[in-house]
Design a protein around this ligand. Sequence first.
Ligand code: CP
Ligand code: NVA
Length: 308
Amino acid sequence: MTHFLDIHTTPPDDLRAMLQQAHAMKTARAGRPRGAPDETQPLAGRMVALIFEKPSTRTRVSFDVGVRQMGGQTMVLSGADMQLGHGETIADTARVLSRYVDLVMIRTFDEAVLHEMAEHADIPVINGLTDRTHPCQIMADLMTYEEHRGPIAGRKVVWSGDGNNVCASWLQAAGQFGFDLAFTGPKQLDPEPEWVDFARGKGATVTIERDPMAAAADADLIVTDTWVSMHDAQSARERRHTLLRPYQVNDRLMAAAKPDALFMHCLPAHREEEATSGVMDGPQSVIFDEAENRLHAQKAILRWCLGT
Ligand code: CP
Ligand code: NVA
């Protein structure tokens, strides 16, 4: 069974092939209405369940549109409305869904839910974000970087802020794609050592730098994310803001990077917190290309999972 659970568990050649296919599919339908079907219909006859245990705009809409463009059908389910949210086990849910649909995408809290779903499903499972990782986002981000600047291998990516789930998938990608990653943030919010070790073990240079201006030197890309993720306790909000305020991405930080450095944010953003509107709407920002590329990257992920 071909699940898409994380960047570090997917073979690098397959990740690269997915990015190439995503680019080709994007190019092939350029200028066509969003609702127009792709010329080839690789998901014809396929039914895809999209399960959300957390809110979503981009993941929900991009998966739904992507499946439809490829000729498949979708159902969008809220975890709270399913028996899953009322005591039915993940394993039983996985077995039942396997009798109805051809693929499940799930956004959940504990990654154990994702892994249990994958273990007991007879169909592919895609990780649509957990507390720990967000691999679909990073596929779109890699695609976006390479569209603008060419191969990411050997480049320097700076993550400024919380060492969270999106940062984790960036670290996994550093190992798989061979770029350097500098994390800059407070030590209380460092990324998990497991992901730092993974990237280093694959030969990537990973640095931890408390001074954001020093980290940004020679950066090809600066990335940030919200200071309070969906899984973080609201009671931690003040503490997180205090810790993370020095790591805001603003004009000063961007000026410390290479002149042609890009800026990314997976969105949703809290403007004037983790990044200023000046940066988000400025000439180095590619945040809406990232959002668009969720659609194209995930279409390639869906085809890889389904072998179509
Ligand atoms: N970036 C991202 O996953 O956005 P949503 O939470 O809107 O899906
Ligand atoms: N780190 C954020 C990403 C949202 C797409 C969260 O988990 O809430």
